[in-house]
Design a protein around this ligand. Structure first.
Ligand SMILES: Nc1ncnc2c1ncn2[C@@H]1O[C@H](COP(=O)(O)OP(=O)(O)OP(=O)(O)O)[C@@H](O)[C@H]1O
Length: 298
């Protein structure tokens, strides 16, 4: 079943397009990584899906309905982000108790066990927590709510490495036991890619790629060797990144449409072929220039 479907979705702030004619579909019971550079439009997309913002134009359906001011959508969606306005008069325990009455499938036992595991004091108030502790508490809300659609906007912001690892593990365990549709926006693709089934890569408010993580790993290939040989081999290829190494050596990342025979010939020609990691690929595809920061110094 399709949980989210958008066609030509556009959001304009002032004169600038945060979302620019975006079309995509998210299927049920998958974990999708929403990846993109700063300002790509990830938060804007999540806010519109959650019904917090209205699109400027285009069409969006969440559970077959437009999410803006929609009770069905708000009962079935939780949006976890670092600007969450939780009641300042309630302590953490009271916030969890309130959430229990709001979400039909809320797991109170899990919420309390996570609170204890992450050493959060149930009597403390949310606005008295450190940045990382706030993120941890928000993440607990997102997990325990067990709603059909969970949106995490950079959920680990401020968490230390150990807490991030534990959160991802908790997310995966809970998802496997209770499959649901989850979208996580993150800048740390390398940390989350093992969790993800699909990746939606955004640039300038548009979809660049939307595909299974396994396909992303095969999408490009790195070639290293003599610059003259590299130039010859990449003449008709889609080059996504290029870097000079020393005087006459280069590394390039190209779209991987090589046949097995071409691979062998490239090796015979003296080129070294290496996989391009998913996170490097996303960085290359979303860069303004093909040489990255090196271009500033050239
Ligand atoms: N309330 C706003 N008013 C004006 N412009 C905005 C507003 N919110 C976002 N924008 C602009 O919309 C674009 C997309 O912003 P958005 O926050 O959606 O990006 P993002 O991908 O979540 O970025 P980041 O990774 O830095 O959080 C940016 O150019 C941003 O400046």
């Amino acid at each position: 079943m399709t949980v989210i479907e958008c066609r030509g979705l556009t959001k304009v702030y002032g004169g600038a397009k945060a979302l620019n004619n975006l079309s995509c579909k998210i299927e049920e019971n998958k974990i999708t990584g929403l990846i993109g550079r700063n300002g790509a439009g990830k938060t804007t997309l999540l806010k519109i899906i959650a019904g917090y913002l209205k699109e400027t134009s285009g069409e969006l359906n969440v559970f077959s309905e437009n999410p803006f001011n929609n009770l069905l959508v708000s009962a079935n969606v939780i949006f976890i982000h670092d600007q969450m306005n939780l009641p300042t008069s309630l302590n953490l325990k009271e916030i969890l108790d309130t959430a229990a009455s709001f979400y039909e499938k809320w797991d109170h036992d899990l919420a309390n066990r996570l609170l204890e595991y992450f050493s959060l004091n149930p009597l403390q108030h949310h606005n008295g927590l450190s940045k990382g502790m706030k993120s941890t508490f928000n993440a607990i809300l997102g997990l325990a709510a067990r709603v059909p659609l969970t949106l995490f906007d950079e959920p680990t912001s401020g968490m230390d490495a150990a807490v991030r690892k534990d959160f991802y593990r908790a997310l995966l365990k809970d998802y496997l036991a209770h499959p649901r549709t989850i979208i996580i926006s993150s800048h740390h693709l390398n940390e989350i890619e093992d969790l993800l089934e699909d990746i939606l890569l955004m640039k300038d408010g548009k979809e660049l790629l939307h595909l299974p993580v396994a396909d992303l790993k095969e999408w490009a290939i790195g070639l290293q060797g003599k610059t003259s040989v590299i130039n010859e081999w990449t003449r008709n290829k889609e080059v996504i990144y290029t870097k000079s190494i020393g005087l006459d050596q280069s590394y390039v990342a190209v779209r991987n449409d090589f046949s097995e025979v071409e691979w062998q010939k490239a090796r015979v020609a003296g080129l070294e072929l290496t996989p391009v990691t998913s996170s490097d690929l996303c960085v290359y595809l979303t860069s303004k220039t093909k040489g990255g920061i090196d271009d500033v110094f050239n």
